[in-house]
Structures are given as C-alpha cells and as structure tokens.
Design a protein around this ligand. Structure first.
Ligand code: ADP
Ligand code: MG
Length: 319
C-alpha cells in the first residue's frame, strides 16, 4: 500500500486559487469576502447504502460534490471551498484517479477549491464538506414559507428514482431510456445558479434529495404552515411521463430521491420575475401548488379530489 501522503499528493493536490492555503498543512486557510456569511454543509455517501460499491468512480466523484453543492444551492449560497474525508478499503490508484477526475470536473464547473480532507482505511465511504458564501439575511431558509406563497419546483421529478427502480429490476426501461435517466441519478446537476437567482425572491427553499413530499414537508414543518400540491402540475420528463400508469410512478415522482432539484416558495407577485429567471438560465420552473395556513400536506387531482399518498411510501401527512 502506498503512503497516505503519496495518495494525497497524486490525487488531491491540485492548485487551490480560491484559498489562502490549500492542501498540505495542518489546516487550510480561507478568506471569506468582506461581510459575507459562511454556509456550511456536510454529506456522507456510504457504499451499498448511497451508491453501489462498484459504481463508476468518475461519476461518484462528480456526485459526491454535486450533492453538497445542491445544499448550497438550496440556501442561495455561492460555492467556494470543499474538504473531502475519504475512507477506502485499499489504495487503488486507477479508482482514485477516476474519482478525482470526476470530483475536480464538478469543482471546476462550479468554482470550488478542494482545500483539505482526511484519508483513512475502512469500508468505502465519502464525506464532503462544502463551504459557500451568502450575504447576511439573504439565505434561502426552510422556515420562511407563508400562506399564499406559490410552491415551485425546478426541472423534472422522478427521473433518478425511475432509473433506480429499473436498476433494481422493478421497472423495465429501454437501454436508451435507462442511459438518459441514469445520468440524472449518477451525475446530477446542482441548481447553483438558480439558487443564487432566487435570493430576494423565494421565501423558503430546499433541495429535493429525499423526494418532493418529504422535502416540501420539511419546509412546512419549519415554517409552521401547510400546502396543497396539484398532482397534474408536477413537472415530468418525457420518459417518466410515459410510465404514468406504472405502479411505481407515484412513488418515483412524489417520494423518489436523488433528483437534486430545488423546491421553493415565493409570493405570487414574483411569478413574472421567476419566469424571466427560468428563461435566462434555461431551467424549467413549475408552480405546483400553494402554501396555506392550515397544517398538513395534501395532493389533489384535476377534479380537486384529495389523493391518498400512502402507497408512495410517504406517511407523515401532518406538517
Ligand atoms: P493531519 O495528520 O494533520 O490530519 P493528514 O496527513 O491527514 O494531516 O493530511 C495532510 C494534508 O492533506 C492536510 O492538508 C489535509 O487537509 C490534506 N488531505 C488529507 N486527505 C485528503 C483528501 N482525501 N483530499 C484532500 N486533501 C486531503
Ligand atoms: Mg488527518
């Protein structure tokens, strides 16, 4: 086994122009811009829990950073720095090189410097901590939703969950469709630019990592409000749309994780501004319902009938 030092030197010691001091000392030194608040978040991906142990390492590198960036996006924070805690069963240089390639590709695309970390031996697990900046009082929090707000979702829902259902053999997809959806599962695009654009417009926000109902439920709980979601307004990609009659459909769209879209609430008065943001960023934004004072999260169909959502695996209706 090569030394931990050699491993870090070879794979995780690229230049860190965004830091005063990066990898190599006891600590990294970081200089936040004057007056900015730091937004900090950590996510761990464990082999066989969050990803298949034999997953493509380059995609894993991308995803491990992307899921952290999604949390920053959901706060309206601008990404700056990351640290990586790696636990590896063995040193496999080819695996590490591919993992680092994916990680740095994501880092470069979103302006993040990898400034430090830790490396240990054990069952494969990846922990990323991300740091970003946001001006005081402009962060998009979970606790700001107000009755009358519209509820919005970026992109489309259920793509990653349908890919996972296919990989687990519960759904049959054509090879071409599986490739398209698997890209959503393995290389999600964090909505960083959207998060920044929503500062001053959205009253609350969260990223959809655990499924729409669960994540919107967090906004409702923290804000002390309830919501009505219109089933027919949910934004679907073409492939997911074709599976509308499949028994897995509702679970994928309403409770499926890993989409990393943003769910946010905003006053109706901001509808036009949100439309302009969608056009400028080339991101689909869809109003899916509204916040109300009465607690609870209900989904209703085109006829206004309240739908029973227990078959989706979502069971906590009270906010
Ligand atoms: P220490 O014993 O002081 O914790 P380490 O030997 O763990 O130091 O790490 C040496 C340097 O390499 C530190 O700057 C640390 O942040 C960095 N580092 C260690 N592992 C990683 C990693 N997986 N990715 C990026 N930087 C790392
Ligand atoms: Mg260490």
């Amino acid at each position: 086994m090569t030394s931990e030092f050699g491993l870090i030197q070879r794979h995780f010691s690229r230049a860190t122009p965004g830091a005063v001091l990066g990898v190599g000392d006891d600590c990294a030194l970081l200089q936040p811009a004057t007056g900015m608040q730091l937004a900090v978040s950590t996510d761990t991906l464990v082999a066989d829990v969050h990803f298949f142990a034999d997953a493509d390492p380059e995609k894993l590198g991308w995803k491990s950073l992307a899921v952290n960036l999604s949390d920053l996006a959901a706060m309206g924070a601008a990404p700056r720095w990351a640290t990586l805690a790696l636990t590896l069963p063995e040193v496999d240089d080819d695996w590490l090189a591919a993992f680092a390639t994916g990680l740095y590709r994501c880092a470069d695309q979103f302006g993040v410097s990898l400034v430090g970390g830790d490396t240990t031996r054990g069952a494969l697990s990846l922990t990323l901590t991300i740091l970003g900046e946001v001006p005081p009082n402009q962060a998009l929090r979970r606790d700001g939703a107000q009755a009358g707000d519209e509820i919005w979702v970026s992109g489309t829902l259920g793509d990653a969950a349908l890919a996972l259902a296919a990989l687990h053999g519960r759904v049959n997809l054509t090879d071409a469709d599986l490739i398209t959806l698997a890209a959503r599962l393995y290389t999600p695009t964090p909505r960083v630019e959207l998060g920044l654009a929503l500062r001053g417009l959205a009253r609350s926000a969260i990223d959809v990592s655990d499924g729409l109902l669960a994540d919107l439920g967090h906004i409702l709980a923290r804000s002390g409000v309830g919501a009505i979601v219109e089933y027919t307004h949910l934004p679907l990609g073409e492939i997911v749309h074709d599976y509308a009659a499949h028994p897995e459909f509702d679970a994928c769209v309403l409770s499926g994780g890993d989409d990393y879209e943003l769910c946010f609430t905003a006053p109706v008065a901001h509808r036009k501004a949100l439309g302009e943001i969608a056009a400028r960023l080339g991101v689909r934004l869809t109003a899916i319902g509204s916040i109300r004072a009465e607690p609870g999260l209900i989904v209703r169909d085109a006829q206004g009938q309240v739908l029973d959502m227990r078959h989706t695996g979502y069971d906590h209706f009270s906010a």
